[in-house]
Design a protein around this ligand. Structure first.
Ligand SMILES: NC(=O)c1ccc[n+]([C@@H]2O[C@H](COP(=O)([O-])OP(=O)(O)OC[C@H]3O[C@@H](n4cnc5c(N)ncnc54)[C@H](O)[C@@H]3O)[C@@H](O)[C@H]2O)c1
Length: 383
């Protein structure tokens, strides 16, 4: 058996995303399954080293999950040639400094989104990697969610006819933290602009790659954002002012004429199928997906509603939909992309989701904020 052992520096991995999605659900899961199988006699086996500022924290995390290597000395980890990949899931505003160091050390770079909060900075980071000839990638996990893959499958099958519009509804209630039994369930930095927080910079990055990959290139944006909740309570129980937007209401017009409208909010109560739902309306059929499930209604099954507010609605609209069955075993979305990145680094296989794609997400977020501020449609130029 030929084993490609590949050292991966996992930086900032004690955080929410780093621990759950990248360490436990991706890298440890890949190790547990016996590596990424390349052929009957060849595998890629990750060998992670957890790095962070606080040695006690990384040590505790490493020991809890049986990871042999951990350190608070990032420079030393970068100097070790066995570590071929540098991965970062620390704070958005910390990212640039870490990527610069890793580029100098000639590592392949993989990181969480957003890669920065400004397009110029995101493109600078991409160019740093490209000019140094380093492989690079950004997390674009939503593309591998079962719900999205079912939409992609329906598209490939020609189910929709001509797609006319897409409606994304993202959100749920994030507790403010003022009530003892209703603690906030997201880190407080998300609600402070000075710490890289904000709905637009967070979610419009996701919407950019979802839309670009599934429906077509974004041509222009009209967006309105708000900070509906002015104060929240942080991890230490201290009340802080919310300086970042917590909601965004945006329309994206694509080059091919498809209209996409996405609402994103941490201040909505859910009465829909999932925390994110996306409805795709085509001339021949409509599909609605959640994170995992997807329902369709073909033109032939479309009911004939008539407007009559004097009687209770006679049509059970939910009854007219058919669930799309799972077509395969859907693995964790982050893990699928990790496996592709590992194959890219070791086997030179193509990998589309570079830091340039990450910069496109940052660009859409930045231009959404411009649209909001100037109260106008803003074109999205090619990067
Ligand atoms: N792909 C997704 O769906 C998704 C979802 C949520 C967050 N994210 C992104 O992931 C990143 C982390 O978000 P999170 O929700 O896990 O936040 P978090 O606050 O839980 O984690 C951030 C981690 O970075 C560490 N950190 C901060 N400064 C550091 C430094 N100077 N050196 C080393 N470590 C440092 C913190 O200790 C913490 O462990 C953010 O960029 C965020 O935008 C992506």
């Amino acid at each position: 058996m030929k084993i490609h052992k590949i050292g991966i520096i996992m930086n900032g991995v004690t955080g929410r995303m780093g621990t759950n999605q990248h360490l436990i659900r991706s890298i440890l899961a890949i190790m547990k399954q016996g590596g990424v199988k390349v052929s009957d006699d060849e595998i890629i086996m990750p060998d992670p080293i957890l790095t962070g500022r606080n040695l006690d924290k990384v040590k505790a995390l490493a020991e809890k999950h049986g990871v042999a290597r951990y350190s608070d000395d990032l420079d030393k980890a970068l100097a070790d040639p066995a570590n071929q990949i540098f991965f970062d899931s620390s704070g958005t505003l910390q990212r640039a400094g870490f990527i610069e160091k890793a580029v100098k050390a000639k590592k392949a770079i993989y990181c969480e989104k957003p890669t920065a909060v400004e397009t110029k900075e995101a493109m600078r980071l991409y160019k740093l990697c490209a000019d140094a000839g380093l492989k690079n990638g950004v997390v674009q996990d939503k593309l591998w969610l079962p719900g999205m893959r079912k939409i992609q499958m329906l598209k490939e099958q020609g189910f929709f006819g001509e797609i006319m519009s897409v409606r994304g509804e993202f959100g749920y209630w994030v507790f403010e933290g003022f009530v003892g039994d209703q603690q906030a369930q997201r880190p407080s930095w998300n609600y402070r602009a000075e710490d890289g927080g904000g709905m637009v910079v967070d979610m419009h990055c996701h919407w950019r790659y979802v839309i670009d990959n599934l429906f077509g290139n974004v041509k222009s944006v009209s967006s309105y954002q708000a900070t509906h909740i002015p104060q929240r309570v942080d991890e230490k129980g201290k009340t802080y002012p919310c300086t970042a937007d917590d909601s965004a209401y945006a329309t994206f017009l694509l080059e091919n004429g498809i209209v996409c409208h996405f609402n994103s909010s941490w201040n909505v109560r859910v009465r829909r199928d999932d925390l994110f739902t996306m409805q795709v309306d085509g001339t021949k059929g409509t599909a609605v997906c959640g994170l995992r499930k997807c329902w369709v209604q073909h033109a032939s099954a479309t009911p004939r509603p008539t407007w009559n507010p004097d009687i209770d609605q006679p049509i059970d609209f939910y009854a007219g939909w058919t669930e799309v069955p799972d077509a395969t075993n859907y693995d964790n979305a982050f893990k699928i992309q990790w496996e592709m990145f590992l194959r890219h680094v070791v086997l030179n296989e193509p990998f589309r989701w570079s830091l340039k794609e990450g910069a496109k997400g940052v660009q859409l977020a930045e231009l959404s904020a411009v649209s909001h501020k100037e109260r106008k449609w803003v074109d999205v130029p090619a990067l």
